[in-house]
Design a protein around this ligand. Sequence first.
Ligand SMILES: [Ca+2]
Ligand SMILES: [Ca+2]
Length: 226
Amino acid sequence: MDIGIGEPLCDVSRVVADFTGDGRDDSALVGMEGRNGRCIDAAKGTEIVAMDTTGDGLPDGGYFVNAGCLMCRAYAAADLDADGIPELIVLHQNSATPVYELIDAFVRTTQEGTSLVPIMIGSDAPQMGLSAGQGVTLTAGGDEGSSFAIGCEGSPDSPIVVQWRSQHPVDGAGSDVRDVYETKLSITGTQATVVDSQHTAQPTSVPLPFDSLDSSGCGVQWFPPE
Ligand SMILES: [Ca+2]
Ligand SMILES: [Ca+2]
């Protein structure tokens, strides 16, 4: 697919929803940037998110670019800030611990001027590995020593997104105790605010306060990915 950036958009996936709030469906498109005019056979690359708000099948308005796509795709639409308009959720990296991006379609005066803006964290959130001003990423699933889950409280009226993370050394000193981090985010427009942050330690023999293999909330199935 040629979207006018000089390179084709490859492996295009889409989510259809009214992202602009005008009552007509829009298509969010996610694909990988080609190289030298053609699609490359690679699992990793630069992710491009674009939006068709006019229904002609081709992107118009702005597009958002992020490196590090690992089997990325348009994933879901969910209203995370209760303003009645869904946000776009992109699966940025698909693995045993899938990573999601949250993207807001910021409507300018004309539909064609719609911008795609990552929802950014307003302050440092080291427990999520994020610094102020970075795009929010959410992680689910688990692998050896680390597990994650994404939840949601207060949906649909006043949703709070919850990110859990647990880790412990796989063996050796400290392997019998794990750290558990719980971070709660309130989203408004293109900004996420940390409204609560907890860190506890517990023996590995004690069950986790979340289920890393079954994560859903805010109308989104986070793990396993759909
Ligand atoms: Ca629309
Ligand atoms: Ca919204």
